[in-house]
Design a protein around this ligand. Sequence first.
Ligand code: ZN
Length: 169
Amino acid sequence: MSTGNAPTISAGKVVTLHYVLRDDDGTELDNSAGGEPLRYLHGAGNIFPGLEQGLLGCSLGDRRKISVAPEDGFGEHDPDGVQRVPRDTFPAETRLAVGLEFEAEGPDGDPILGRVIELDDDEVTIDLNHPLAGVSLHFDVTVAEIRDATAEELEHGHPHGEGGHGHEH
Ligand code: ZN
């Protein structure tokens, strides 16, 4: 930075975040401590708009609590996504169990993830909604790194890994 000021989050910065994600009840849904921190390119739509908006202007080490409503997150829970289907909809070798996740074909022909939520002798109740549909997302984020994006990252619209370009697109 030519100004000599500490960098703050703005468009064109690659930002690394530690985060804890909780629902309305305070139940932890995800935590970067158990995996990779979140790295994104600010201004490129890599993350939920509400989260991106809440991070604008933050500095290194800043901690923010940012909530994202269901409609701005994984969408509202659609009752039509809950369906009862005959057991033989599934291949015979499938070990059906409540909580089983499976891939199904969505309305656009794209694969979507479904879950078994109920099971009886003849029928299986499945939910084709995203597991976090209808859930308010409460992020508790800490800014771990802010750097300028490279020209290549800006062109691609996403950050690249530590060692440079680690993917095919
Ligand atoms: Zn790329």
